[in-house]
Design a protein around this ligand. Structure first.
Ligand SMILES: [Zn+2]
Ligand SMILES: [Zn+2]
Length: 395
């Protein structure tokens, strides 16, 4: 196999200085902080049974990629580092160029994206855990037993290797930009499926790419029967949420609470708060705002990954009997309507929901390292996130 460029993060490399300090200290160059990111010429020498080699044709940058780089491969502050190279990039579209023995579902030339559908099977772990049996490989209970091979690579590399269990086949000719958004849209679809049809209102705290996709899915399935409220301090996100069907958006928590109260008294639809709240922000203020604004016996879904423990108003949570659940991923169920990848691919393919406008900029794939560093720095310098949705790197 030809030589190609791979991108990785080495979590064992020490931080040369604090990135925050380098913004104020003129003797430090923020670019030097990224000494843990590498590009290397590599090749693939062996394709194992059940594995496929994918040539990347496009990839989008997810916030989890940015945080992984900014946290230098640590999941949380003060938590031990992961060992070995970390290959980033999971929102990708590619073409299968080689298949290993015993691959059943794919052939050369197939257009694909990737996801965690059955982690146990993908890593030959036995017995297969209950989560994986039910298509929830993302919450696999045997995750700690995964053995990554040094030649797996990721979406920011020119080629990657995956088990066929981690690959999803797209219709031929499926738009490449849309294909990269299938994974975040699948997560939004999973969020949507938590909302019962009898709901009258939903609150979104933060509305980046997944939030806006959730707005569009609610709008598509429930029309105007469910009112959608969004709170964010990112003007670009709020504008798109409004265009996508949110009936009320605000960047001010106080103004928002006021308007939420007005909305409740005017509509009389759901006295006492929101039926469902989705928190994409993951800070004390956002979760507690959710607890204040969710109605008794309502549900809050938390989707963010706070890097430090945060204070939650348990007293109010208990008094209002609010259900607070974590929500991490999609499902690859054998029941078609519960297979989130399948559902969103059909919706996009039939032009029932639009995702392409969430590609805010297109950059050359060959510059991926610079682009990632730039995106990290923009993210660090603004407390309201990057003023765009997804960046698409095209090979
Ligand atoms: Zn993602
Ligand atoms: Zn499992």
């Amino acid at each position: 196999m030809e030589k190609f460029r791979c991108f990785y993060l080495d979590p064992s490399i020490e931080e040369p200085f604090s990135l925050e300090n380098s913004f104020y200290n003129k003797t430090l160059n923020p670019l030097d902080w990224f000494n843990h990111l590498f590009e290397e010429e590599v090749t693939i020498t062996k394709v194992n049974n059940g594995d496929v080699v994918i040539k990347v044709v496009g990839v989008t940058i997810c916030n989890t990629d940015i945080y992984e780089i900014l946290n230098r491969g640590r999941r949380k502050k003060n938590v031990s580092r992961r060992s070995g190279k970390i290959f980033l990039g999971h929102e990708l579209v590619g073409v299968i160029v080689r298949i290993g023995n015993n691959v059943e579902k794919f052939k050369k030339g197939d257009l694909v994206c990737i996801g965690d559908f059955n982690t146990c099977k993908a890593f030959n772990i036995e017995p297969v855990c209950d989560s994986c049996k039910n298509g929830k490989g993302i919450v696999c209970t045997h995750k700690h037993r995964r053995k990554f091979t040094s030649q797996s690579y990721g979406g920011f590399s020119e080629f990657l290797v995956r088990s066929e269990q981690q690959v999803f086949k797209l219709p031929p000719g499926f738009n490449h930009q849309s294909a990269c958004l299938v994974e975040p849209a699948a997560l939004a679809h999973y969020c949507f499926r938590k909302i019962e049809r009898k709901a009258s209102n939903v609150l979104l705290l933060g509305c980046g790419t997944i939030g806006v996709l959730l707005v569009r899915l609610i709008k598509y399935y429930f029309k105007d029967n469910v009112k959608i409220f969004c709170l964010s301090n990112n003007a670009t996100h709020l504008e798109t949420a409004t265009k996508s069907g949110a009936c009320f958006v605000s960047s001010e928590i106080t103004a928002f609470e006021e308007s939420a109260k007005n909305f409740r008294s005017e509509s009389g639809a759901s006295i006492g708060g929101f039926d469902y709240t989705f928190d994409f922000i993951g800070q004390s203020f956002s979760i507690n705002c959710g607890i204040q604004l969710t109605k008794p016996n309502g549900s809050i879904f938390e989707l963010a990954f706070p890097s430090t423990p945060i204070g939650i108003d348990i007293d109010t949570l208990v008094r209002k009997e609010i259900n607070l659940s974590g929500l991490h991923g999609y499902e690859a169920s054998s029941i078609a309507k519960n297979h989130d990848f399948q559902c969103v691919v059909e919706l996009i393919d039939n032009e029932l929901i639009n995702v392409n406008d969430l590609i805010s900029r297109t950059v050359p794939f060959s510059n991926i390292k610079e682009v990632l560093i730039n995106e990290c720095l923009t993210n660090m310098k603004r407390d309201n996130g990057v003023p765009w949705f997804r960046t698409f790197a095209q090979t």
